[in-house]
Design a protein. Structure first.
Lengths: 99, 234
């Protein structure tokens, strides 16, 4: 398969994730859609890495996975903290950043 | 052969992505994301990225998704009831407008990306990629990735390990129990009398949430039939 097909799939996945980030109100699902966007970017990175026969893109994809794991850790910790304080778990309701 | 595998995996990837966005229950969204990640690992294998595919399955579809499932199980109960309350409230206009705007922006972004892809002058985009010869230390194998990570990208490697440490500490700090020692409310959450009690099925949700609510409302008599109307579903 030519590299262009992989890039098209990655664009579709990225846009699906962006749509989810813009429309969903549950922060858990927003985090899942962020994962979708990162995965779309990862797929295109690895496709370009294959295109040039160069391993740097794969290293960058691994680093993106690491950063995504960190983001999930912090995001889920924040959701658990919100749940503990009995606040509504809804990104439209949580507008203020005061402690 | 590789074309058939590509189309099967690509359909899995896109279907999983659409499932994540459209399922209303977060638990199903997580399951759809697991399917998406497994199909994506197949695409990585087709692109000769063996180590990244293995890391994707082990780290993402394994560890990170388990974390998600735990948090959905911990938070999800209130989420469902909250959704039920909110759906009765008239909010259809705002939701429709948001969906429409989101679809518009995502569609514009997709069109722009596809224009960039189709109009690119790169000849290599329509090719199969660089020549590849299978071997023990060739492109994409663990030996190759490890060699790159520990020589050329050593600083990046160390910085990402430091980032993981900071994120782990931050997660513990964010999700910790506030206020130090446990108070009376928390001490009364689960007693042996509650376990012997016939009402309910003894699920974790009832143990953590339902009893705490019952205690908070002052329903000290545990033989009461339904002290918590919200817990009737359990």
């Amino acid at each position: 398969m030519s590299i262009g097909w992989y890039l098209a799939v990655s664009a579709i996945v990225f846009c699906t994730g962006a749509f989810g980030v813009m429309t969903r109100r549950n922060p858990l699902v927003v985090l899942l859609c962020l994962e979708l966007m990162l995965n779309g970017a990862n797929l295109s990175l690895i496709a370009f890495s294959r295109m040039w026969g160069n391993g740097d893109g794969q290293i960058l994809a691994l680093i993106v996975m690491t950063v995504a794991a960190c983001e999930v850790c912090i995001g889920l910790g924040m959701i658990v903290a919100i749940h503990r304080r009995r606040l509504p778990i809804d990104v439209d309701e949580l507008r203020e950043l005061q402690g | 052969m590789s074309a058939i595998l590509f189309f099967i995996a690509a359909i899995g990837v896109i279907a999983g992505a659409i499932g994540v966005v459209t399922f209303s229950n977060p638990f199903y969204s997580v399951l759809a994301l697991v399917g998406h990640l497994l199909s994506l690992a197949v695409l990585f294998l087709l692109l000769r990225a063996e180590f990244v595919a293995a890391a994707q399955v082990v780290v993402y579809a394994g560890a990170v998704m388990v974390l998600y499932v735990f948090v959905v199980a911990y938070v999800g109960d209130e989420e469902q009831s909250l959704d039920g309350v909110l759906s009765r409230r008239p909010r259809s206009r705002g939701a429709d407008g948001r969906k429409l705007t989101g679809a518009l922006f995502a569609g514009v972004l997709l069109v722009e990306l596809l224009i960039a892809l189709l109009g690119s002058g790169l000849k290599a985009v329509s090719g199969d990629g660089a020549p590849y010869a299978p071997g023990p230390r060739t492109f994409g194998t663990p030996a190759y990735i490890g060699n790159l990570l520990l020589t050329r990208f050593l600083l990046v490697f160390e910085a990402s390990s430091l980032l993981l440490l900071i994120a782990a500490v931050g997660g513990v700090v964010l999700a910790r129990r506030r206020g130090g020692l446990e108070d009376d409310d928390e001490r009364n959450r689960l007693t042996p009398l509650d376990i012997l009690r016939p009402r309910g099925t003894g699920t974790m949700v009832e143990g953590v949430e339902g009893l705490a609510l019952a205690h908070a409302r002052g329903a000290g008599d545990l033989d009461d039939e339904h002290p918590d109307p919200d817990g009737g579903g359990w």
